[in-house]
Design a protein around this ligand. Structure first.
Ligand code: NDP
Ligand code: OXD
Length: 316
């Protein structure tokens, strides 16, 4: 843990993250930190920094001396949706090795489960059926990854290390050893045409909302599998159900949903071809990520450039 001796005030506001998990490593690394937890904020003019996940709309605008906003999550779509978000205060998204490793583990788990047909063997086990299914090697499987940022890049590298035939897609050109890197609209069609399994790790922006739709599914090889670990609103849920019914998509592994928690009467729950996890692909862990926040505050106080500042025009 880095040690930073500054005296400063941080407001923590999250409905889902536990403030106690963050208080300990932040105070250990910054003994002079005045750590306040929403809604007990005291005088709003005391607050120098905010560490937040889906704070109440208007909260950040009510802090007159705010110097930077640190997002507890990698995705900042919810923060940018607050029309009162102060536009003169830098917004820093979460980039942390633990977050990246967690996502890569989750993606590889579900890619390997699909590849080695674990669901089919569980079904056969339930029926006491001993029946070997045709198997392939990873190098005979083509994986496509939408998004080659902090998370997509690491997952692509790891899948390539497992010997999958991996391609990835981004807005701007990339070079990743062992991964076919495509970009732009033509790159997307080329990626889809070769992807037996498609993983979405894009940020949610006006350009990517609803990208996982009927038109995109039709460009995948018939019987492809979809994995979405990015945001629920990337997916047009009715289009996925229709594509699964028609056999164009064999099934999907979904960690994120338009409405979270997924409502009890949602058709996804009862479809055996859909694998659901409750937005746990990669939670931000305080014991790993607190150091990123301390480093951000240190940089801000030293007048150094902040890292991972969101480009609000791009939306990520
Ligand atoms: P980054 O900003 O690092 O990477 C985003 C990638 O998407 C970049 O490669 C970018 O291209 C590409 N991209 C963005 N817009 C477009 C577009 N219009 N066309 C093509 N490519 C595009 O994000 P992260 O990798 O850190 O995170 C990705 C998302 O994962 C987060 O926004 C969040 O929604 C989700 N997430 C989900 C978690 C979970 O537990 N389910 C946990 C953490 C994150 P370029 O490089 O050219 O800019
Ligand atoms: C994130 C998330 O964006 O957990 O970090 O969804």
């Amino acid at each position: 843990m880095i040690l930073c001796r500054l005296m400063t005030t941080l407001l923590f506001a999250s409905a889902t993250d536990d403030a106690a998990d963050w208080a300990a490593p932040l105070k250990e690394g910054m003994p002079g930190l005045d750590f306040r937890v929403w809604p007990d904020i005291g005088d709003p003019a005391d607050i120098d920094y905010a560490l937040v996940w889906k704070p109440e709309p208007g909260l950040l605008a009510s802090l007159p001396r705010l110097k930077a906003i640190f997002s507890l999550g990698a995705g900042v779509d919810a923060l940018l949706a607050d029309p009162t978000l102060p536009d003169d205060v830098p917004l820093v998204r979460m980039v942390d090795r633990g977050l990246t490793e967690g996502m890569t583990e989750w993606v590889c788990t579900h890619v390997l489960a699909w590849h080695r047909q674990t669901a089919a063997y569980r079904e056969q086990q339930a029926a006491r059926l001993w029946r070997p299914l045709p198997e392939k090697l990873a190098r005979e499987r083509r994986i496509g990854i939408l998004g080659l940022g902090e998370l997509g890049r690491d997952a692509a590298r790891m899948l390539a290390a497992l010997r999958f035939d991996v391609a990835g897609w981004s807005r701007t050109p990339k070079e990743i050893p062992g991964v076919l890197c495509l970009h732009g609209p033509e790159g997307l069609d080329a990626l889809l045409a070769r992807s037996e399994l498609l993983v979405c790790l894009l940020p949610l922006t006006p350009a990517t909302e609803g990208i996982l739709n009927a038109e995109l599914f039709a460009k995948l090889p018939r019987g492809a599998w979809l994995i979405n670990a990015a945001r629920g609103r990337h997916l047009v849920e009715a289009d996925l159900l229709a594509a699964i019914r028609s056999g164009q998509i064999a099934g999907a592994t979904l960690d994120v949903f338009t409405t979270e928690p997924l409502p009890a009467d949602h058709p996804f729950w009862s479809d055996p071809r859909i694998v659901i996890s409750p937005h746990v692909a990669s939670p931000t862990l305080a014991r790993s990520a607190a150091a990123r926040v301390i480093e951000g505050i240190r940089r801000a106080e030293a007048g150094e450039a902040l890292q991972h500042v969101v480009d609000r025009r791009r939306g990520y």
